[in-house]
Design a binder for this molecule. Structure first.
Ligand code: KIV
Length: 263
């Protein structure tokens, strides 16, 4: 997928949209050769790539560097760049500087969390020619207010608020909305209420598409096993085994052999 128009096309055909996160060139190259529709350069980079405890630690420079790396490796994919913590809450000028920075780094659209208090900003970005993906439910940048990485919208009031925010984001011009960790029936209700596609993570099967963090689906962290992740690989085990075999070969003087040496 190369264009924002294809999201709507897939939505009208009822074709599921697949999205994965990516932060670097070498994995972007692999995704570029895969059937995945869309790449999210998520602010989860701050946790996955930089070892911070939350996405609060991502900033514009960090996100732009990852977008640049991904855009180089995945020239055939639609790339979404995450607006980092508070960058959309400091006024229009710093927000638009952030948007400009991510788009010039190679993103085709931006994603931002939440709705309340920045719907006008969303419209302003869209009116400036930049597609915006919304993000509701568990919005990890608000982890300190939410009291942890918890399922959102379990109660009647909070479910209604998320639904209303989704409708407001569509009205503000979003082309798609990520629904993170909300009950499956609520995700279905929201998806049915919108004309734009929803992309779920931990929100059941009835969204228009699904997204996972690449490192989660590849099993890169054996200690991280949330209910909603399906692991397609024991990436940690396979990579550790390769590194251990190299280590053993070096120590047994089995590497390099003659054909791996210049004569
Ligand atoms: O930053 C991220 O990886 C995300 C996904 C979890 C949707 O926002």
């Amino acid at each position: 997928m190369k264009s924002v128009l294809e999201f709507q096309k897939k939505q009208s055909l009822g074709d599921p949209i697949s999205m994965v996160t990516c932060y670097d060139t070498w994995s972007a190259r692999i995704i570029n050769d895969s059937g995945i529709d869309c790449i999210l350069v998520g602010d989860s980079a701050s946790m996955v790539m930089h070892g911070f405890p939350s996405t609060v630690h991502a900033d514009v420079e960090m996100m732009a560097a990852h977008v640049r790396a991904v855009a180089k490796g995945a020239p055939d994919k639609f790339v979404v760049g995450d607006i980092p913590f508070l960058a959309h809450r400091k006024g229009i000028k710093p927000l638009m500087d952030t948007v400009e920075c991510l788009m010039k780094a190679g993103a085709h659209s931006v994603k931002l969390e939440g709705a309340q208090g920045h719907l006008e900003e969303v419209s302003h970005i869209v009116e400036s020619g930049v597609p915006v993906m919304g993000h509701l439910g568990l919005t990890p940048q608000s982890v300190n207010q939410l009291g942890g990485f918890k399922v959102q919208g379990k109660g009647k009031e909070t479910a209604r608020a998320i639904l209303e925010d989704a409708v407001a984001l569509e009205k503000a011009g979003c082309f798609s909305i990520v629904l993170e960790c909300i009950p499956a029936p609520l995700a279905k209700e929201i998806t049915d209420a919108l004309t734009i596609p929803t992309i779920g993570i931990g929100s059941g099967a009835d969204t228009s598409g699904q997204v996972l963090v690449l490192h989660d689906l590849l099993g890169m962290d054996p200690s991280f096993k949330p209910k909603f992740v399906r692991r397609y690989l024991d990436g940690y085990g396979l990579i550790k085994d390769a590194i251990d075999r190299f280590d053993a070969d070096v120590k047994q003087r089995d590497f390099p052999v003659k054909k791996e040496s210049f004569v």
